[in-house]
Design a protein around this ligand. Structure first.
Ligand code: SF4
Length: 227
């Protein structure tokens, strides 16, 4: 399949989602893939709302990209969801500001408060959600398809870039002058919260910089885990 055919299929899938699974939303975490989808939704005018989760611990470069994105795509506002104040305060006051380094349990508890609970609110009442996942990205993502039922959240989940290669993502970003996270130029292929993301070295897996102190088999925050 040529890249043009792949691109046409991706756009057709976005229109199908908008037509058959309305209301549908796209979860934008401002990674390279997510900027491709943002651009495709804006240009194709597929009726898919965009939201983002602000965990309160994102890198400054991600906030800069949020702002740039709002300026480049004024017709495509991105609704931001924040963690619940009381739960965040309780967790931090009980376990400390950087408790996620202490154990997988505390790391998952932090992700639950700062990501999973806000995600549930963002997905409430929706028929489908769209993500920028690609099969190549992680050992936990090798069996993904472009559509699956998300039983944990009770709605359809679409991964329109599942077959895209990293090279195709970057070619699309550059050819279309799409803004991207400045950390990508500093060897951060995968970007999450600032304290839980580091740069990787040549030859390391693209998600090696996420929760780098944990076993690779556990390295999902819960947003994309199958129940
Ligand atoms: S990635 Fe780190 S800081 Fe962000 S929610 Fe998860 S544990 Fe907390």
């Amino acid at each position: 399949m040529t890249f043009e055919e792949k691109l046409a299929e991706t756009i057709a899938l976005l229109h199908k989602i908008a037509g058959e699974f309305s209301p549908a939303v796209f979860a934008n975490s401002f990674g390279a893939e997510d900027m491709v989808i943002t651009d495709l939704i804006a240009k194709s005018q597929a009726n898919i709302d965009i939201f983002s989760l602000d965990t309160g611990r994102l890198p400054a470069q991600t906030y800069a990209l949020m702002q740039k994105s709002a300026e480049q795509y004024p017709s495509q506002p991105i609704k931001v969801f924040f963690p619940q104040t009381a739960a965040t305060e309780n967790f931090v006051n009980q376990h400390g500001i950087n408790a996620f380094y202490e154990s997988v349990e505390l790391r998952k508890a932090c992700c639950q408060i700062r990501k999973i609970e806000p995600l549930k609110r963002a997905l409430a009442g929706k028929k489908a959600w769209v993500t920028g996942l690609r099969r190549e990205q992680s050992p936990t993502r090798t069996d993904l398809g472009n559509q699956e039922y998300d039983s944990g959240n009770g709605l359809e989940k679409f991964n329109p870039l599942i077959e895209w290669t990293e090279k195709e993502v970057w070619a699309y970003l550059r050819d279309n002058n799409i803004p991207y996270n400045a950390l990508h130029d500093q060897h951060y292929p995968s970007i999450g919260c600032e304290p839980c993301t580091r740069a990787i070295s040549i030859g390391e897996d693209v998600r090696a910089g996420r929760w780098w102190w944990e076993d690779p088999a556990n390295k999902e925050c819960g947003l994309h885990v199958k129940k």
